[in-house]
Ligand binder design. Structure first.
Ligand code: ACO
Length: 366
């Protein structure tokens, strides 16, 4: 076999896609040709539609899309009962993967694999993920499960089901932006895993479970939980510099920093930083934001000093700070990420089915 091995498939172009564009040198991220910074101000339903259908919805198309998602929010007593059997020490992500698997058994389009059926299955998962994640969180806390509200936006309803009370307007807008900023990122590991499962012509639920299992790891979406734990551990802006130095001395990774593709500031991190500042100000509590800014500053300085080049925050850093202010428990963080990412996975799986070739790379035998 010819050719050198690109470890971790770095810079390997595996397929063509018309969903997401990234310029890692300039820090540009676009879904279907639109900058993510601008999309972050829309509703999740609009961006989800754009990702899945490849175009902006007309008013009546958006209305029908949102109505279907709202009507599909409920998960039913069997799934809630099974959530109650889950080990409450696990991350919500593990419960989400169990319930996604079980959901496939009850799906009306079970055993049908065509574009219309797959779009319906995908929309059911998009609609039900918030209900699964929040129901698990409430059962874990010994609380009653809250039925979805059929009028609130995707994000506002998520916070409502998590807490049992309506979020403020700012909180609702911020969680909506969070879901949008998390919705897609080209061939990230979980999307590649989902597309690989799809390429075998397996079913959509299996592909999404592949994505969930991959997102969970701390080098990918699991970093968001690690960032929240890091903020708790540091606990005061004064502790940030030493924490960073200690990481450098021990040759340990700083969670929420670095990226395979971005060689500069992750554009999503910039938006999340602004959201974190806004929510900190609304709550009149700058503590977590100030710790985060100190970590960012120390990381920049110390990595330049010690390693000759800076490291920048990625999507998981300031999103972790935002989650602290939204009272999202750390063990829920990756599942909340998945609640946004599900639209991207569905869009990619539909694209893969539409022009499929089995994904099957080679290994160099040594
Ligand atoms: N802390 C310290 N150093 C880092 C970090 C970090 N977070 N990230 C990269 N580096 C350094 C490495 O030590 C290495 O330095 P060297 O060239 O002197 O040996 C260099 O940057 C390249 O690092 P790799 O780990 O080889 O880069 P890779 O592209 O394989 O990894 C990854 C990318 C996994 C995201 C890495 O930056 C990391 O582990 N970050 C922390 C975990 C994290 O935040 N993950 C979330 C990523 S975003 C997402 O998936 C949703």
């Amino acid at each position: 076999m010819k050719g050198e091995v690109e470890t971790g498939l770095e810079n390997v172009v595996a397929l063509e896609s018309s969903i997401t564009f990234i310029d890692g040198e300039k820090g540009i991220l676009q879904y279907r040709g639109y900058d993510v910074e601008k999309l972050a101000n829309l509703t999740y339903d609009e961006v989800s539609y754009l990702l899945i259908h490849g175009k902006n919805p007309e008013d009546e198309e958006l209305e029908a899309y949102s109505r279907t998602l709202k009507d599909e929010r409920r998960i039913g007593s069997t799934l809630i009962e099974v959530l109650g059997f889950c080990n409450f020490n696990i991350e919500a992500m593990d419960a989400l993967k169990t319930i996604t698997s079980l959901m496939s058994h009850c799906d009306p389009d079970l055993n049908t694999n065509n574009p219309q059926a797959n779009t319906r299955k995908g929309m059911r998962m998009i609609a039900k993920f918030p209900t699964i994640v929040t129901s698990f969180s409430r059962l874990k806390r010994g609380m009653n499960v809250i039925e979805p509200d059929y009028e609130m936006s995707h994000g506002a309803n998520f916070l409502y089901m998590l807490r049992g009370s309506r979020p403020t307007n700012l909180e609702a807008r911020i969680i909506e932006s969070d879901f949008i900023l998390s919705a897609d990122h080209e061939l990230n590991p979980s999307t590649f895993a989902a597309r690989t499962v799809t390429s075998t012509l397996s079913d959509l639920h299996s592909a999404v479970i592949g994505g969930l299992c991959t997102l969970k790891g701390p080098l990918h979406g699991g970093a968001r939980m690690a960032v929240m734990n890091m903020l708790d551990e540091i606990d005061s802006p004064k502790g940030a510099q030493n924490f960073v130095l200690h990481k450098i001395e021990k040759h340990e990774k700083l969670m929420g920093f670095g990226h395979r593709v971005y060689k500069t500031y992750d554009p999503r991190a910039r938006v999340y930083k602004q959201l974190a500042r806004e929510i900190a100000m609304e709550k009149n509590d700058m503590k977590w934001f100030e710790i985060a800014e100190k970590i960012e500053g120390a990381a920049y300085e110390e990595y330049v000093q010690n390693r000759g080049k800076p490291i920048y925050p990625n999507v998981d850093f300031y999103s972790g700070v935002v989650y602290k202010y939204l009272d999202i428990p750390p063990k829920l963080a990756t599942a909340v990420f998945a609640t946004g990412r599900i639209s991207g996975w569905i869009a990619h799986c539909l694209e893969q089915y539409s022009d499929n070739r089995l994904i099957r790379p080679r290994a160099k035998f040594v």
